[in-house]
Write a protein that binds this ligand. Structure first.
Ligand code: NAD
Length: 706
């Protein structure tokens, strides 16, 4: 037995050697250069040792096999050549692994991603545990790069071109059962049986014919035009999904597979390494890696107040089984907890259950979930019309209609039916949490948890603490949000919290542009080209004019910067132009598709026609968001610029390749932003005047992320 910087080599009496990855002082294993070198050394030693029958590769961590290459090391690379050289090193070591004279089995339990997956691809056999924590994938494109340790070469050889494209282009993670279906792993067993199963594979040492050698695959490998057909179909899907965003990596991966599939492995590896070298230094990769850092930091430290310790949540309840309540109940059931779902009548309860079932069924159809999983989750949601059983609930989320008096009444009802330790949260999107909580007997355990719609797709939750919320309550809510695989950001109880407040600054300015005479399709197109998932008017139609005008009114009452925007939204709502939900908003909707409506001018009454350039439209609408974000930082609505960037990306779909709103602002330069805002303030009104924080940053020559 011996240890080499995070790699342990254990030789068993029966001639099996276990190589155990266990990065010192780290929660997860990553393939740092040091670990890779130690692994190489270990392989060299073993290749020369006599009496070895086989090798098992395993992890010393509880729910992690190998999480991937070390992102920090990639971030420090300063030239393409350096990045390419690093890829070549990893490739060389994994090729050494693939050429070992004895069979090697990977014993996979927990996350196995990126470089971890590339490592198992170079093993003879892959045996995975059936635990839900076991997930296998190549998420590199999500970091703006491609797999660089042989993934683009060995994966298609093993699972075939189409499965490989699916994994490499989307970066999605597979559970063990799905990995087994495509031939990425050889066997799936309960975790306790893993070592025995892996030994059996080594002892039997069967010859496997991978999916990549089936007759159809042979055709893809040999016949270029056939391969091109598969690649161009994948490319079309990709273009639809990425909608013109600046994501070069997946397209580069497509080109690599087009060029190398079926060819010589060494040549393919060289092409892969060169591409990685070029991609690793692009602005998109830098931004996506910064975002990855933010996400990981947020999981470790979501900005909690001092001194709070999370309490366990075993049983939860949701009051109000509408769109949000059903979504929240489903999310909680997904973590394995029982959740009661209460409403006032059978019909809304049944509707809530149907909604939950509809979401799961669509996931089953898309093979994202099994039928059994659907049944288990639905069984954990217990519909009810009364508060019976609420005494043993640890966490209640209220999601009834947006009405202050109703929410106060429900809060009092909940308090009189739960134990004194139970955490109580409201999912209000615009009412002040402190105002609702004023009637609470125990205001310390009351806070806001603002989920976004649709809950099953939106990863962000704003945790809204009032001045009276206890630190343990904030910590418990944040922990709960993490457990349901969402990202918490802690915000202060100010109108609009963080995300809606910033979004309204942007939407409000788009409405001003419309009144000045810009065409709405022109505005939408400019912002979609910038990378927003949809332009501001399509977004307003999605939200609905009733909801949007109410939120805008609340924000205008609080901050007084958007009276004319509120009036315009109210005018549309009064004209029953609610948006997508009744087929008529800023656009008309025909078969769900937006078409411009010439009548909109009569409502808006533009001052004339203007044709601002795309860049001007973007600056005009995005800089007010930057300005509002600066005010939020001044008022300590959030503590860190990173909270703003995560909030906007995860809560509104601000384009990830731009790294986030404030990283985008840094890119323009704060001094320049201040000048632009000053000019715009003199033209369009004081609402555009730069925030004090921006002026201060300009004086001190600071950036948000310097
Ligand atoms: P909804 O109208 O779909 O559902 C509200 C549900 O509450 C209904 O099923 C209703 O029967 C139930 N209800 C009413 N009174 C009740 C009572 N006394 N006891 C139990 N149930 C009762 O509304 P929604 O869109 O799910 O919104 C719920 C909350 O979430 C609101 O506060 C809203 O502001 C907030 N929110 C909504 C969105 C969104 O986009 N829909 C996003 C974030 C937050």
């Amino acid at each position: 037995m011996g240890t080499l910087a995070g790699i342990e080599k254990i030789r068993e009496a029966d001639g099996i050697v276990r190589i155990r990855f266990d990065s010192p002082d780290a929660r997860v294993n990553t393939l740092t250069e040091r670990i890779l070198m130690a692994f190489q050394e270990c392989l060299e030693e073993l290749a020369n040792e006599a009496g070895i029958r086989g090798i098992l590769i395993e992890s010393g961590k509880t729910a992690n096999f190998i999480a991937g290459a070390d992102v920090r090391e990639i971030q420090t690379l300063s030239t393409s050549l350096e990045a390419e050289t690093k890829a070549r090193l990893g490739q060389k070591i994994f090729s050494r692994l693939a050429a070992m004279p004895v069979p090697v089995a990977a014993v996979i339990h927990g996350t196995c991603l990126g470089g971890g997956t590339e490592l198992i691809l170079a093993c003879t056999y892959r045996i995975a545990s059936d635990d839900p924590s076991t997930r296998i994938g190549l998420p590199e494109v999500r970091l703006g790069i491609i797999p660089g340790f042989g993934g683009t070469q060995r994966l298609p050889r093993l699972v075939g071109l189409r499965s490989a494209l699916d994994l490499i282009l989307t970066g999605r993670e597979l559970r063990a059962s799905a990995a087994l279906r495509i031939g990425l792993v050889d066997e799936v067993v309960p975790v306790e049986l893993l070592p025995a199963a892996a030994r059996r594979w080594i002892a039997d040492h069967p010859v496997r014919r991978p999916a990549g050698q089936r007759p159809l695959e042979r055709l893809f490998q040999r016949i270029g035009p056939l391969r091109s057909l598969v690649i161009s179909l994948a490319e079309r899907k990709l273009r639809e999904k990425l909608k013109g965003g600046d994501y070069p990596a997946p397209f580069r991966a497509l080109r690599i597979l087009q060029e190398t599939y079926g060819g010589d492995l060494d040549q393919g590896l060289r092409v892969e390494a060169r591409a990685l070298g070029e991609l690793a230094l692009t602005p998109t990769a830098k931004n996506l890696m910064a975002l990855f850092d933010l996400n990981s930091r947020q999981r470790r430290n979501p900005g909690l107040p001092e001194g709070g310790k999370a309490r366990p949540v075993r049983r939860a309840a949701v009051v109000g089984a509408g769109i949000m309540g059903a979504g929240i109940a489903l999310a909680i059931a997904g973590k394995g907890a029982q959740v009661r779902m209460k409403d006032v009548a059978v019909e809304p309860l049944a509707r809530g259950l149907r909604e939950a079932h509809r979401i799961l069924a669509s996931q089953v159809r898309r093979k994202r979930r099994t039928r059994r999983d659907l049944r288990d989750r639905m069984a954990r949601i217990q519909p009810t019309l009364s508060y019976s059983g609420f005494r043993c609930i640890d966490f209640v989320v209220e999601a009834v209609f947006e009405d202050l008096e109703l929410k106060r009444r429900i809060l009092r009802e909940i308090e009189s039916n739960v134990s004194p330790e139970c955490l109580i949260a409201t999912n209000t999107s615009s009412l002040p949490i402190g105002e609702i909580g004023r009637v609470a007997d125990h205001p310390g355990r009351f806070l806001g948890v603002h989920f976004f719609n649709p809950v099953h797709r939106m990863p962000l939750v704003e945790i809204v603490a009032t001045d009276r919320t206890d630190p343990w309550a904030v910590a418990t809510a944040a922990e709960m949000v993490k457990e349901i695989r969402k990202v918490p950001i802690v915000v202060r109880d100010r109108p609009g919290f963080l995300v809606n407040r910033l979004l309204m600054a942007y939407l409000g300015e788009a409405l001003h542009l419309l009144e000045e005479g810009a065409e709405l399709t022109r505005v939408d197109r400019a912002l979609e080209r910038f990378g927003m998932p949809m332009g501001p008017f399509r977004l307003l139609d999605q939200v609905g004019m009733d909801v949007a005008s109410r939120v805008a009114r609340t924000l205008n009452e609080a901050y007084g910067r958007g009276e004319s925007a509120v009036e315009l939204l109210e005018k549309l709502a009064a004209a029953k132009r609610f948006g997508v939900k009744n087929g008529k908003g800023f656009y008309l909707y025909q078969d769900g598709k937006p078409v411009p409506d010439p009548e909109i001018d009569q409502l808006v009454r533009p001052q004339g026609r203007i044709r601002p350039a795309g860049e001007e439209i973007c600056l005009r609408t995005l800089l007010p968001m930057v300005n509002e974000a600066a005010r939020c930082l001044e008022e300590e609505v959030v503590g860190r610029p990173g909270d703003v960037d995560l909030g906007m990306i995860l809560g509104t779909g601000f384009p990830p390749f731009r790294g986030g709103l404030l990283r985008y602002a840094d890119g323009i330069g704060i001094g320049k932003i201040v000048s632009l805002l000053e000019v715009m303030a003199s033209r369009y009104g004081e609402r555009m005047a730069p925030a004090e924080l921006l002026l201060e940053m300009t004086r001190r020559k600071k950036n948000f992320f310097s």
